[in-house]
Design a protein around this ligand. Structure first.
Ligand code: NDP
Length: 346
C-alpha cells in the first residue's frame, strides 16, 4: 500500500513510550531505540523502511541509530534516512536524537576504516552529516577500539567534533571496561563527558555483566545495548527451519551454524517461558535486557512494521520473577554465538 505523501505524526506519540535518563546527562532516551544497520539500505525497499521509521516516530521512538557503513551499499542507510528526514521528519528534527559512528571499513585506502584515526573519524562524520542533510548529530561514536591507533588520538577526534558542535554528545562502542575508563578519563581532561557506551547485549550475549555495567554506572555513562534479539535468534522464527527472507538467508553477520539442535531447543524452551508470561519471545528478550536499570535503551532492528509493533509491546511487561530468571539462566547454548563482545584491553 502506498504511504500518504504528507506525513502527519500521531498526536499520541509520547503516550506509551518510557524514557530513561542516559547516565548523568540531562538526556532521556526511549527504552527502545531503532537501528538502521540492516533493512534500510539501497538494496532494500525504500518505502518499507520509510513506513517503519514513520511508525517508530508515531510510537515515541525518538532515537535512531546509524553508522557510516550501514547499507548495503555503505552509506545508503544514511542517505535513505536523510531522504525521510527531508520529506517526513523535517519539522521534527528537535524531537529526534540521531547517532552515527565510524570505525569499521568504509572507503578504500588507508584512511577509510583500517583504524580509528583522527583523519578517518573527522572526515567520516562530515560525510555522514552530508548524507543525512544534518548540521550536527546528537551522538557520534568511535565504533570500535583500534589497536593501531592510540586511544588519545581517537578521543581527540571525538573532542574536536564535540567542540565544533558537529556532535552534541560522544560515545564509544564495544570498548572493554578498562578502555572505557581510559576513554572517559581522556575525554574528561577536555571537559567532554563520555555520554554513552553501545555494547552488544542479549540473553545470549552477556559480556557486559562482567564489569562493563558497573564501570558505566560509576562513570555516569549511559548504556544502549545492541542486538537484544541476537539478530532474530531470540524470536520463534527459527524453530522450524530457516524462513524465507530472514536474516539468516541474507546476511553474513548471521551464522547458520548457530542453529544447532541444542540451540534451537533452548530457543523453544525460552519461547515456552515467554508464552507463560503472555509474551512473544521477542518481547521477553527485549524486556530481559531492560530489566537492569543501568541499561538506558534496547537498540533493536526491524524488517517490517509488524515486527516493530510486536517488539514495542515488550514495554507492557518488563518484570521477571526470580524463578523465571533462574530458568532462563539454566539454559545452555552450544559454544559462543557472539560475533561482538568487548574489545581486548590492548
Ligand atoms: P536485533 O537483535 O533486534 O535483530 C533485529 C532482527 O530481528 C530484525 O531485522 C528481524 O530479522 C528480527 N526481528 C526484529 N523484531 C522481530 C520480531 N518482533 N519478531 C520476529 N523477528 C524480529 O538487532 P540488530 O542486530 O538488527 O541490531 C540493532 C541495531 O544495533 C543495529 O541497527 C545498529 O544500529 C546497532 N548495532 C550496532 C553494532 C555496533 O557495533 N555498535 C553492531 C550491530 C548492531 P529478520 O530479518 O530475520 O526477520
Amino acid at each position: 500500500m502506498a504511504l500518504p505523501t504528507q506525513y502527519v505524526p500521531s498526536q499520541t506519540r509520547y503516550d506509551n513510550m518510557t524514557y530513561r535518563k542516559c547516565g548523568h546527562s540531562g538526556v532521556f532516551l526511549p527504552a527502545i531505540s531503532l537501528g538502521l544497520w540492516q533493512n534500510f539500505g539501497g538494496a532494500d525497499v525504500f518505502e518499507t523502511g520509510r513506513s517503519i521509521l514513520r511508525y517508530a516516530f508515531d510510537q515515541g521512538i525518538t532515537h535512531i541509530d546509524l553508522a557510516n557503513n550501514y547499507g548495503p551499499p555503505y552509506g545508503s542507510a544514511e542517505e535513505n534516512f536523510g531522504k525521510v528526514l527531508a520529506t517526513d521528519f523535517k519539522p521534527f528534527r528537535d524531537e529526534l536524537f540521531i547517532s552515527s559512528k565510524a570505525g569499521w571499513d568504509m572507503w578504500p585506502g588507508p584512511y577509510g576504516g583500517i583504524g580509528s584515526s583522527k583523519k578517518y573519524l573527522i572526515a567520516s562524520c562530515d560525510q555522514s552529516l552530508q548524507r543525512m542533510g544534518l548540521d550536527y548529530v546528537d551522538v557520534f561514536y568511535s565504533h570500535r577500539v583500534d589497536p593501531n591507533t592510540p586511544i588519545e588520538e581517537t578521543m581527540g577526534a571525538l573532542t574536536q567534533l564535540h567542540r565544533q558542535g558537529k556532535a552534541l554528545y560522544v560515545g564509544i562502542s564495544s570498548y572493554s571496561p578498562k578502555l572505557t575508563r581510559k576513554a572517559a578519563e581522556i575525554l574528561s581532561r577536555e571537559n567532554v563527558p563520555l555520554f554513552i557506551h553501545q555494547p552488544s547485549y542479549s540473553m545470549f550475549n552477556r559480556w557486559i555483566e562482567n564489569g562493563l555495567l558497573d564501570t558505566l554506572e560509576e562513570l555516569g555513562t549511559g548504556c544502549i545495548g545492541f542486538s537484544p534479539l541476537a539478530q532474530g535468534l531470540l524470536t520463534k522464527k527459527y524453530l522450524n527451519g530457516v524462513p524465507e527472507g530472514a536474516r539468516a538467508t541474507k546476511s553474513p553477520s548471521f551464522r547458520q551454524d548457530w542453529l544447532t539442535d541444542n540451540n534451537v531447543s533452548v530457543i523453544r524452551k525460552l519461547t515456552e517461558i515467554a508464552e507463560r508470561r503472555g509474551q512473544s519471545l521477542a518481547q521477553m528478550a527485549i524486556a530481559w535486557v531492560l530489566k537492569d536499570p543501568r541499561v538506558t535503551s534496547a537498540l533493536i532492528g526491524a524488517r517490517t512494521v509488524e515486527q516493530l509493533a510486536d517488539s514495542l509491546d515488550s514495554l507492557k511487561y518488563l518484570t521477571f520473577t526470580s524463578d523465571e530468571l533462574k530458568e532462563i539462566d539454566s539454559l545452555q547454548l552450544d559454544g559462543d554465538i557472539n560475533i561482538w563482545s568487548g574489545s581486548s584491553d590492548l
